[in-house]
Design a protein around this ligand. Structure first.
Ligand code: HEC
Ligand code: HEC
Length: 231
């Protein structure tokens, strides 16, 4: 290699290094922009937006897609009537009041001061958030999950798990897989649905002992996580 060639080589290497540096700086800025953008309130002029921003966003996220580390679920696929009922139940001690229900009690504390009109606004605000299919975290036998879903769950939750408004059974498509699992276990363990005024939760309490095998439950949760939420 003569001096000419090595000088060119050195120049090219410097150019690559500089280019690389520039890109790293750029992509860091982009990432922090994205983080900020993703925390910006969506539809800020909608009724309920400011309450959502100040009281809910920190746990459920600006997009309403939830945060597993806090066990706060995705909300976007749920019907507003169901959301409003859950908020009243948390506020009124019908859900989240069991002493062992740590995460339910976080949510109960977060809904303690809500009035009925602000609950209605929050539920209709959440309804304006775009539906998102949450990332999957659980692996399971999808064929087995489908079989159990169709034979044991779909009569109330619908064959595509989009819920049944008449029965007030919520959509399970669009929920986080880990949340489906944790709630099922709460119904089975009496941490959710045991309050005498919870006439919807009690349906799940009666049904839940039908599955005690964690592998089967994981298969159902994994299968449900493949079903798209309503557009
Ligand atoms: C401190 C964190 C936190 C805050 C703040 C919070 N939540 Fe939650 N939320 C949770 C957790 C955790 C759960 C799951 C409770 C459980 O396991 O039963 C939950 C559950 C819910 C559910 C039930 C969803 C379902 O599928 O049944 C709704 C609806 C909800 N939150 C809406 C809200 C709204 C609206 C606000 C603002 C007023 C809010 N949350 C504020 C943590 C939070
Ligand atoms: C008899 C009707 C019925 C059947 C069958 C049924 N469910 Fe439910 N399920 C409900 C109702 C009603 C609710 C709402 C409870 C409430 O309001 O708190 C519910 C709630 C749930 C929730 C909580 C969702 C949320 O957003 O918090 C999960 C998870 C769930 N069901 C899973 C299942 C699975 C899995 C099966 C089948 C193994 C099943 N359900 C079968 C009626 C039913």
């Amino acid at each position: 290699m003569d001096i000419g060639t090595s000088r060119w080589l050195a120049l090219i290497l410097v150019a690559i290094a500089l280019g690389g540096c520039g890109e790293t700086e750029n992509s860091t800025t982009n990432v922090s922009d994205r983080v900020q953008a993703s925390q910006a309130l969506i539809n800020p002029t909608q009724a309920g937006a400011s309450d959502y921003g100040s009281q809910c966003l920190s746990c459920h996220g600006a997009q309403g897609i939830g945060q597993e580390s806090l066990q706060a679920p995705a909300l976007t696929s749920l019907d507003p009537v169901y959301i409003a009922r859950q908020l009243r139940h948390f506020r009124d001690g019908v859900r989240g009041a069991h002493p062992e229900d740590t995460h339910g009690s976080m949510m109960a504390a977060s809904s303690a001061g809500l009035s009925d009109p602000s609950i209605a606004d929050l539920a209709s605000y959440i309804d304006t958030l775009p539906n998102v299919l949450p990332a999957t975290t659980i692996k399971g036998d999808l064929a087995q999950g489908k079989d159990y879903h169709l034979n044991l769950c779909s009569a109330c939750h619908g064959s595509n798990a989009l819920g049944n408004v008449a029965l007030e059974a919520p959509a399970l498509a669009g929920l986080n897989d880990w949340y489906v699992l944790s709630q099922y276990e709460k119904f089975r363990g009496g941490l959710r649905g045991a309050h005498p005024e919870d006439r919807w939760g009690v349906q799940m309490v009666r049904l839940a002992p039908a599955i005690t095998d964690t592998d089967i439950l994981e298969s159902i949760a994994a299968y449900l996580a493949t079903l798209p939420p309503e557009a």
